[in-house]
Design a binder for this molecule. Structure first.
Ligand code: HEM
Ligand code: HEM
Length: 215
């Protein structure tokens, strides 16, 4: 019987951050759309309740992400941020559509991570101003709502691409195993993330649970 070899790809902290972020994002998107689209706001007639869900989820989102970083593997998160921040010649070649070996994250994923983080900050700042502007009109700007809505449109496009690669595209959907169980097959990792996988291939183990142990 052929046995697969597995490499540990995402720590528990990274997976918790991803899924808390994703869950909060979907609730914010759903409640935001219910506030935004006239047809939906008519169907969901309880606007104050939807607004409260939107704002409470936003607070819970920021609090939960902070808590995970505080109690989780902080040095691991710092290492991941450094990996995401590094853009080398291979990344630039990859973005131009040429073949180039990639690290743990390919250049597209690095851009997606940077945009996701930047959008989270911009959503929070514009959302806070929308909330505070109702209490102090000096902080009410017409452009705040435009920014908040514009971010939603761009996020939707990014999300559709992200979900296609994570759930549908046959060559990339194995990544879902990494984001759920923490491990991926060594062969898949060598094909898609060679610069990361090759130096670690001797650490690959046939028992996936062993590979996923640790934070
Ligand atoms: C920290 C994050 C966020 C905060 C504090 C926040 C806050 C707010 C506030 C205060 C409003 C105004 C509600 C009203 O008066 O009707 C609002 C509206 C809205 N939010 Fe957010 N929000 C956040 C994140 C998000 C995210 C991630 C999305 C979508 C992916 C989103 C989509 C929307 C939409 C579509 C509206 C309706 C805007 C309109 O009526 O034109 N928000 N948000
Ligand atoms: C059901 C929903 C989702 C699924 C199935 C999913 C799946 C995944 C998977 C499998 C990865 C790992 C890719 C790899 O191996 O490198 C990943 C990474 C990531 N996800 Fe998600 N995700 C979802 C929702 C979201 C949402 C809503 C956001 C942000 C708004 C998001 C942002 C990210 C980011 C920034 C990364 C790291 C960079 C990248 O791989 O592009 N994800 N996701």
């Amino acid at each position: 019987m052929a046995t697969e070899n597995y490499l540990r790809r995402f720590s528990r902290t990274e997976r918790a951050l991803h899924w808390v972020h994703a869950a909060a994002f979907f609730v914010l998107l759903g409640s935001g759309l219910a506030l935004y689209l006239p047809s939906l706001s008519e169907a969901v007639s309880r606007r104050p309740l939807v607004k409260a869900i939107h704002i409470d989820t936003a607070l819970a989102w920021v609090a939960a992400l902070t808590l995970i970083v505080v109690v989780g593997d902080r040095s691991g998160v710092r290492r991941t941020l450094r990996e995401l921040d590094l853009f080398d010649a291979d990344d630039r070649r990859w973005l131009k559509g040429r073949r180039a070996p990639q690290g743990r994250f390919n250049a597209g994923q690095k851009l997606n991570a940077a945009l996701t983080a930047a959008f989270a900050v911009l959503f929070s700042v514009s959302g806070f101003l929308l909330w505070y502007g109702e209490r102090d009109t000096r902080f009410r700007f017409a452009s705040t709502l435009l920014l908040h809505d514009g971010l939603m449109y761009v996020s939707l496009v990014l999300l559709v691409g992200h979900l296609y690669l994570a759930l549908i595209h046959p060559k990339t959907r194995h990544a879902l195993r990494g984001m759920t169980l923490g491990t991926v097959e060594l062969d898949w990792a060598l094909t898609h993330h060679r610069k990361w996988a090759e130096p670690r291939s001797s650490a690959a183990v046939s028992d996936a649970s062993e590979a996923s142990s640790g934070d």
